[in-house]
Design a protein around this ligand. Structure first.
Ligand SMILES: N[C@@H](CCC(=O)N[C@@H](CS)C(=O)NCC(=O)O)C(=O)O
Length: 291
């Protein structure tokens, strides 16, 4: 069974992050073929999607039968119906209802944050004082995230127990709050930190850093500061040396590109495999197994 998944530039497209996580955080990565669109601006996207009609936005997923799911919640609910063996939603009815309520609120609300404070996985900015309309949305997020944790009694990092669709839906909001330093409220702070440390999100960001251009139309004119998530291990690209491994840890193919980490050299089958690893070595279990 293969799904086609169409997403936007990994650094800037918010709902695309959630859709990527819906497949890759829940073990469906082998059942999905992903295509990334890279418009210079959001306005330039529509003509690029002509072949996906009636879809006009990203993400869009196409089921094996050809149903076009051009909405994040449709993708979420369709995956949950099609894969009852996967815990997309919590099994407990109280947690499941709470998760669904919060996921749908994300989808229908927070227009101020979504409209004016674009997702940016490339960098973080010096803390910006949130304007008045945004303060109300930040307070609302703190309220509903605290509520979800309280009613479901969770001790772990996620909203309603184990990581579920509600967490995938809020992942781009969490990174957005980190990007502008809006993550000051206590529940928000801990929840944002959990997302920034999440290996699946770290892999998405690492692929973005490796493969996506900096696009002025998606950037804000603020001072850049270091990433608020875990600092990546320091590795550098090298042209010479003898790698410890014989084949690429991801593809098993012949080595053409190399990096150095802690004085040790490792090889990969192309620049992308090398560069996504350079961006965040710890995010890649197959590389870490090698290390
Ligand atoms: N309702 C859609 C919204 C998706 C959406 O607005 N995507 C933006 C990019 S993050 C987009 O495609 N914008 C281009 C446009 O509206 O023309 C969903 O939940 O997936």
């Amino acid at each position: 069974m293969t799904y086609q998944l169409y997403l936007g530039n990994r650094l800037y497209f918010s709902w695309s992050i959630a859709a990527y996580l819906m497949f890759n955080r829940f073990g469906l990565e082998d059942q999905v073929k992903t295509t990334i669109f890279r418009p210079e601006s959001e306005a330039a996207l529509r003509p690029m999607l002509a072949d996906l009609a009636p879809a006009r936005t990203l993400p869009t997923a196409i089921t094996p039968e050809g149903a076009i799911l051009n909405d994040s919640m449709a993708i979420a609910e369709e995956l949950a119906s099609r894969h009852p063996e996967i815990a997309f939603w919590p099994a407990d009815p109280l947690a499941r209802g709470t998760a669904r309520a919060l996921a749908n609120e994300m989808h229908s609300s927070f227009g101020g944050l979504r409209g004016k404070w674009p997702v940016n996985l490339r960098t973080e900015f010096a803390t910006v004082a949130p304007p008045e309309d945004i303060v109300a949305e930040l307070n609302r997020l703190e309220e509903i995230w605290t509520h979800a944790r309280k009613v479901t009694g969770v001790a772990g990092p996620w909203l309603c127990g184990d990581y579920s669709l509600v967490d995938a839906i809020y992942a781009p909001m969490a990174t957005r709050l980190a990007t502008y330093g809006f993550d000051t409220r206590p529940t928000t702070k801990a929840y944002v930190a959990a997302h920034l440390a999440d290996p699946a999100l770290r892999r998405w960001r690492a692929m973005g850093l490796a493969n996506e251009a900096k696009l002025p139309a998606f950037e804000m004119p603020f001072e850049e500061v270091s990433w608020r998530g875990p600092s990546p291990m320091k590795a550098i690209a090298v042209d010479a040396g003898t790698p410890e491994n014989n084949v690429c840890p991801y593809s098993g193919k012949e080595i053409t590109h190399m990096l150095e980490l802690d004085g040790r050299i490792f090889g990969f089958c192309n620049a992308f495999c090398r560069d996504k690893t350079l961006a965040d070595p710890e995010a890649w279990p197959k590389f870490m197994a090698l290390l």
